[in-house]
Design a protein around this ligand. Structure first.
Ligand SMILES: O=C(O)c1cc(=O)[nH]c(=O)n1[C@@H]1O[C@H](COP(=O)(O)O)[C@@H](O)[C@H]1O
Length: 241
């Protein structure tokens, strides 16, 4: 893409890992095409609800065998026994991160399910497509900020490894919990990109400056004319932040 900054070859792996590309596709062939196009620039992929039901779990296995990091975004939430047993099964797949909804029962059950495995649990606080009005409509008596703060405290108490939250809440959660929780922020939109269904968005630089450890980016990379150039621009923005 004209004008895209070239990826700094000295970019440390830990910086490169900060970009997690959401493989929100329906088939393994679409996923393969994207992974091929992104090449070495992307080392961390998220497989979520859409692709998990379309061959994504087997694809995760092939990514892991190819040396990529995998985040299974399955957003588990059920009665404790079911969550615990599901997490124990997911732990055998070899992924690095798994999401569960940040409800106290669910988080405690997930934690017991992954005991003894290196799989790291992330609690989904409040979806980035929600604002205060959406929470009120869903029956919550508090706003996004308060609910994220409450769930962060509960996630910490349950011994979770980190949280999914928007960049808007990252600064205060980072200030309160320091490095005790990994902060993973979706809703990332490079300047000028369309928000689409996201309501709590930040640019890559803003999210890193607010304290995010990892940025989850889907459409700004996967729907770009040149996905590799789009990913490299985001990596350059991360490196400069
Ligand atoms: O758990 C997630 O990854 C997630 C949580 C959240 O609050 N908001 C959110 O957008 N996500 C995921 O992050 C990705 C964002 O995709 P884009 O909006 O296309 O960048 C999607 O795969 C969502 O499922």
């Amino acid at each position: 893409m004209p004008g895209a900054p070239a990826l700094d070859r000295t970019l440390a792996p830990n910086l490169r890992e900060k970009l997690i590309v959401a493989l929100d596709v329906s088939t393994p062939s679409e996923a393969s095409a994207l992974v091929r196009a992104l090449g070495e620039s992307v080392v961390f992929y998220k497989i979520g609800m859409e692709f998990a039901y379309g061959g994504g779990l087997a694809f995760a296995d092939s990514l892991i065998k190819d040396g990529k990091q995998v985040f299974l975004d399955l957003k588990l939430h059920d009665i404790p026994t079911t969550v615990s047993r599901a997490c124990a099964n997911v732990a055998r797949l070899g992924a690095r991160f798994l999401t569960v909804h940040a409800y106290p029962q669910t988080m405690a059950a997930a934690k017991s399910g992954v005991a003894g495995s290196p799989l790291q649990l992330l609690g989904v606080t409040v979806m980035t497509s929600y604002d205060d009005r959406d929470l009120a409509e869903a029956g919550f008596a508090c706003g996004v900020k308060e609910l994220v703060a409450r769930r962060a405290a509960q996630a910490c108490a349950a011994g979770l490894d980190g949280l999914i939250l928007s960049g808007e809440e990252a600064r205060s959660v980072r200030a309160r919990y320091g490095s005790n929780l990994l902060l993973v922020t979706p809703g990332i939109r490079p300047a000028g990109a369309q928000a689409s269904d996201q309501k709590r968005t930040m640019t890559p630089a803003q999210a890193i400056e607010a304290g995010a450890d990892y940025l989850v980016v889907g459409r700004p990379v996967t729907a770009a004319k040149d996905p590799k150039a789009a990913a490299q621009e985001i990596l350059a923005e991360i490196a400069a932040s």
